[in-house]
Design a protein around this ligand. Structure first.
Ligand SMILES: *Cc1c(COP(=O)(O)O)cnc(C)c1O
Length: 367
């Protein structure tokens, strides 16, 4: 069954290793590293990435409990922070030894209730401080309230206290970012003083490591997109190694006569005779319909072939008029970071969205 899955996403673990070491080289020797593997490891494979990095990093993070359960079921023993747990998942979360981000008083009181019922002592939790992203987390005026909860229970223990920067990649927002860092310092220090023990502090994501490792490195960093080869800055992205290649093959080649149309809604009409190749990947696999009509392109035998007409659910047609190719030839849907960034730009989004959109129908393979 060699051609059972012709459309594959290849993951290069050596490139993962290179990128991890690149970011580690920006950090102090004893700074801990948390690797973010939410959304299937940014579209790659959270399980393969976690298995590969288990011995090399200190923590993993996922967004939802289910993602953490998948890692535990695959045998991952490393601590796992769940960034966005819900009240309904708290019991399962404990069952699988996952560590919740506690971001609101509601989730805090519920978690204390559940951990008490499960007879837990000093169960590790992570306290999120909102310093300006205004997404999740406690603000300064919540702190005294939270502290009374901690003073009244020994079922939980603050393993870490953290915050998230709103625009770590944008140096035009440096003043705001420094303000966020200052706010985090003030809140976490006053909290730790009253807590009478010292949790891990962390604030930086990929772009934060690049831009603010002097100001806000603290005890740990949270590396996401950078591990997968992207850095929100062109020069750093070029230094990183490409991790992901999305590959397929040519299913069929057509000759389109002048005046004929290609695909749904007859969106493309040939002005001259052209040759098209049909490829088994579509919007159900994560190729945005916004890439229709030449906004998107693939590589065939090292040459660019633009998408002709509308992206279909399971297929695209590309222009191969000037490319020497045959049915069965390999097609690079995502060749490298530069290609992915260009496709992201052409469809008004960012690399994060393109990568995480690659559907589970596409088989993941290790290179
Ligand atoms: C996703 C996420 C990260 C990782 O961000 P990158 O920009 O991909 O490095 C870090 N921290 C939190 C809270 C996140 O949600």
């Amino acid at each position: 069954m060699k051609n059972n899955h012709v459309t594959t996403l290849e993951i290069d673990l050596d490139a993962i290793d290179f990128n991890l070491n690149f970011f580690k080289s920006k950090l102090k020797k004893n700074t801990k590293v948390l690797i973010v593997v939410k959304a299937f490891g940014y579209g790659s494979s959270s399980i393969e990435i976690a298995k590969y990095l288990e011995k090399k990093v200190n923590y993993f993070a996922v967004a939802y409990s289910n993602e953490g359960i998948a890692l535990r079921e695959a045998g991952i023993k490393t601590p796992i922070l769940v960034l966005h747990p819900q009240v309904a998942n708290l019991k399962t979360l404990i069952e699988f030894n996952l560590e919740p981000n506690i971001y609101s008083e509601r989730i805090l009181t519920e978690f204390i209730k559940v951990s008490k019922k499960e007879n837990k002592i000093n169960y590790p939790i992570h306290l999120k401080i909102n310093t300006g992203l205004n997404r999740l987390g406690f603000s300064e005026n919540n702190i005294d309230n939270i502290l009374t909860h901690f003073k009244n229970t020994n079922t939980i223990k603050v393993e870490s206290i953290f915050s998230h920067i709103a625009a770590s990649e944008d140096l035009n927002e440096k003043d705001f970012t420094l303000q966020q860092i200052a706010t985090f310092n003030t809140i976490s220090e006053s909290f730790i003083q009253k807590l009478e023990y010292s949790p891990i502090k962390h604030m930086l994501n990929t772009s934060g490591i690049i831009n603010y490792s002097n100001e806000a490195q603290f005890d740990m960093v949270r590396l996401g997109i950078g591990l997968y080869g992207f850095a929100n800055q062109q020069d750093i992205t070029s230094t990183l190694k490409n991790v992901l290649q999305l590959k397929s093959i040519i299913s069929q080649i057509h000759t389109i006569k002048k005046g004929e149309t290609v695909g749904y809604n007859r969106a493309f009409k040939a002005k001259k005779i052209i040759k098209t190749a049909t490829i088994p990947i579509g919007h159900a696999d994560g190729i945005s319909r916004q890439l229709s009509n030449e906004k998107g392109y693939v590589y065939i035998n090292n040459q660019k072939a633009a998408i002709v007409g509308n992206v279909c659910m399971d297929m695209i047609m590309v222009d191969v008029t000037n490319i020497k190719c045959e049915e069965g030839d390999e097609v690079l849907i995502f060749k490298n970071q530069e290609h992915i960034n260009q496709l992201a730009k052409n469809s008004n989004t960012i690399s994060y969205e393109l990568l995480t959109a690659i559907s589970q129908r596409v088989k993941r393979v290790l290179k």
